[in-house]
Write a protein that binds this ligand. Structure first.
Ligand SMILES: [Zn+2]
Length: 188
């Protein structure tokens, strides 16, 4: 089974007619937590990513909470390095819980989905200020928009191109075959 088939099979990638939190409509929706609830399938999906980043020789993988934590843990397990995470305190991304990074230490960032790159860039900033060298970003799904500011190399398990539409301009609404639903409220 290829990666996209595994995501569909777990309910992590849904096809249909969705109302997104932005108010836009789309024909696809990605929820990586639905993959990560199956550790063995998450391991399978992330194995090629671990292979792709092996040569970066990161000593730690750092995933911003929540989405990046399990991805960091699984990749670190496969690569034999450490997994840490950044989190927001008073809405500011920071490294807590006694986690440290050394001067010049090579760190890989992990995410479940990269879309805007916002949480990734915040994590990069925190770690660079502590002297770390960020070697790249590993993720399950690369959904980067054209205006994504991320300049680091990205290593995804899958690249997803999910188009979204203004409700007035939605081809799925025009087709009229399926009512629009909020992801998670119906089906799986
Ligand atoms: Zn629609």
């Amino acid at each position: 089974m290829d990666t996209i088939e595994i995501l569909k099979d777990c309910g992590a990638f849904l096809e249909g007619h969705f109302l997104l939190s932005s108010g836009r409509h789309s024909g696809g929706y990605c929820q990586c937590a639905q993959l990560l609830r199956y550790p063995d399938r998450a391991a399978e999906v992330l194995a090629p990513v671990a292979q792709a980043v092996k040569g970066l020789y990161a000593s730690k993988i750092c995933g911003p909470a929540m989405g990046g934590i399990i991805v960091a843990y699984e990749l670190a397990r496969q690569l034999g390095c450490e997994a840490i995470f950044t989190e927001r305190k008073d809405n500011i991304m920071c490294l807590r819980r006694g986690f440290t990074v050394g001067q010049g230490e090579r760190i890989l960032i992990s995410e479940d989905v990269v879309t805007t790159g916002k949480s990734t860039m915040e994590t990069v900033k925190v770690l660079e200020e502590l002297g770390a060298v960020i070697v790249g970003v590993a993720c399950i799904a690369d959904r980067r928009a054209a205006d994504c500011a991320l300049t680091l190399p990205v290593f995804p398990a899958v690249k997803l191109n999910i188009e979204s539409y203004e409700p007035d301009d939605c081809p799925l609404c025009r087709e009229g075959r399926m009512p629009v639903v909020k992801p998670g409220s119906r089906g799986r």
